[in-house]
Design a protein around this ligand. Structure first.
Ligand SMILES: Cc1cc2nc3c(=O)[nH]c(=O)nc-3n(C[C@H](O)[C@H](O)[C@H](O)COP(=O)(O)OP(=O)(O)OC[C@H]3O[C@@H](n4cnc5c(N)ncnc54)[C@H](O)[C@@H]3O)c2cc1C
Length: 454
């Protein structure tokens, strides 16, 4: 078992929460209408929406560590519209009509999250600063131009194209050539948002148990009392009529979920706060979250106290069930060099934190809500890759609607109950993951990367 304060080492965001007083663990036998496994954004949003739609339904959430321990407490904090890998990849796999649905869902997701935070005065350092996807070389310009065309075809709303002149007026770097800007997006403090969502879910009546990993799960055969599932934790047992797996990348540890997704690890470095002079030297007054157009993107943003948080560039893959791949010195060093490639004027700035976390990857790079078994009593939502901050909140709402038999646009979208391409077992899974990563690394090296980075 991990030490109780392990969460503090998992990201700057979690560390900055200070000491979290966890909820008690599940002890003894309990019954509930709907059990949720996993206290990240997906699980907590599902709980919140279930209780908001129907205060009479009994909802219990079990979290292995503290709520927000996983990707939800470690991410870049971009509230962004991207579904899957890129618009063109989504179009290729799912076609134009489904691509339009995905976009509609994500535009709604971003607006819904921003509105929720504002209306409920959630303290999570939210900044409605927009999102900027930039091309930093010729190959990226070509790619971005193509994505813009596909986006227009799929009826994307709210995209501004920023040319070189505009980019030079906004940033003191000559690395940016073309930009895709979306004003509706924003940035937040991911762990503050996670812990605030926990409070919201509890306010409406969800029971939350922390340090309560589900170590065994059993489906009972047509029980007369309607409690179809038994979830075992080290000290307790929870009987539930319906269940939701909101275990994201950790689902690799659950045999019934093994084939659906695989974990990949993305890493982040963070600087000390920039001084006023340093801020003035880089421009970036719009404070938008930025990504580039490589295969393995860089993503970077400012914090409320003007640190730069920069992640991506490579991902870690894993063999078997090893989920301790957060840290990679080579990846961290490359990220640091990249910051100085974009903003050489920051050379000498100190990096104070580095961390990583697991994201959930599907073979078609798109998220899914699947039904486990023939009925709709057991649901699993996963596969947001690196784009789950907004999607999870809207997915939780969708899961609640499905569980309460509501018929909405969301419950009809194609990613609900969709077909999935299963991952093979080991060692083929590892070989496949490495092959995909190898291809993307090579393409970045030869085509999309910064040739002159040193
Ligand atoms: C470094 C990093 C950067 C990212 N940047 C961004 C970004 O800027 N924008 C964006 O949109 N997305 C980003 N993402 C992705 C985003 O964070 C995720 O998609 C999102 O947080 C997923 O939420 P979740 O609730 O589904 O999963 P998680 O937050 O991973 O939650 C799953 C929870 O389940 C718990 N759990 C697992 N097994 C069990 C069990 N057996 N019993 C009980 N509990 C269990 C875990 O402890 C965990 O708390 C990033 C991810 C990472 C790692």
């Amino acid at each position: 078992m991990k030490p109780k304060k392990d969460y503090q080492k998992r990201s700057y965001w979690l560390e900055s929460l200070g000491e979290v007083i966890p909820n008690p663990s599940l002890k003894g036998e309990q019954k509930t209408d709907i059990a949720i496994i996993g206290g990240g954004y997906t699980g907590m949003s599902t709980a919140y929406h279930l209780k908001t739609y129907d205060s009479g339904v009994d909802v219990t959430l079990l979290e292995a560590e503290i709520c927000g321990y996983g990707a939800s407490g470690r991410n870049g904090g971009f509230n962004m519209t991207l579904f899957g890998l890129t618009p063109s990849f989504t179009k290729f796999f799912f076609g134009v009509e489904r691509g339009k649905q995905a976009r509609k869902f994500m535009e709604e997701a971003v607006d819904y999250l921003a509105d929720f935070i504002k209306t409920n005065q959630i303290d999570c350092d939210y900044e409605a600063s927009g999102y900027l996807l930039v091309a930093t070389n010729k190959a990226q310009i070509k790619r971005l131009e193509h994505e813009i065309k596909v986006a227009q075809e799929m009826d994307y709303k709210g995209i501004e194209i920023w040319d070189r002149e505009k980019l030079l007026s906004e940033f003191k770097t000559d690395r940016y050539y073309l930009g895709w800007y979306e004003a509706r997006c924003g940035i937040l403090h991911p762990a503050k948002w996670a812990r605030a969502l926990k409070v919201k879910a509890e306010e409406v009546g969800t029971k939350i148990y922390e340090y309560s990993p589900v170590i065994e799960f059993e489906k009972r055969k047509a029980p007369a009392d309607g409690y179809n599932f038994v979830l075992k934790t080290p000290e307790g047992k929870l009987y539930a009529k319906k269940i939701v797996f909101a275990t994201n990348a950790y689902s690799i540890l659950v045999p019934q979920l093994y084939k659906y997704q695989t974990p990949a690890f993305t890493r982040i470095v963070m600087t000390e706060p920039l001084s006023e002079e340093q801020m003035a030297s880089i421009g970036w007054k719009n404070r938008a979250g930025i990504e580039d157009a490589r295969d393995f993107i860089h993503y970077y943003r400012l914090t409320r106290d003007n640190r730069i948080v920069l992640g991506g560039r490579d991902v870690g893959v894993t063999y078997g069930k090893d989920l301790e791949k957060d840290l990679d010195e080579k990846n961290f060093e490359e990220l640091k060099k990249y910051l100085f490639w974009v903003f050489p004027q920051l050379k000498g700035i100190k990096f104070t934190h580095q961390w990583g976390g697991p994201v959930s990857i599907t073979l078609d790079m798109a998220p899914a809500i699947v039904f486990l078994g023939k009925d709709k009593n057991a649901l699993f939502a996963y596969g947001y890759i690196g784009h789950g901050v907004s999607a999870t909140f809207n997915t939780g709402r969708t899961l609640a609607e499905i569980l309460l038999d509501k018929d909405t646009d969301r419950t009809r979208y194609f990613f609900v109950g969709r077909k999935i391409i299963p991952f093979p077992p080991e060692p083929f899974r590892y070989v496949l993951s490495k092959a995909i990563r190898g291809y993307m690394r090579l393409e970045d090296k030869l085509v999309y990367g910064e040739k002159d980075i040193k």
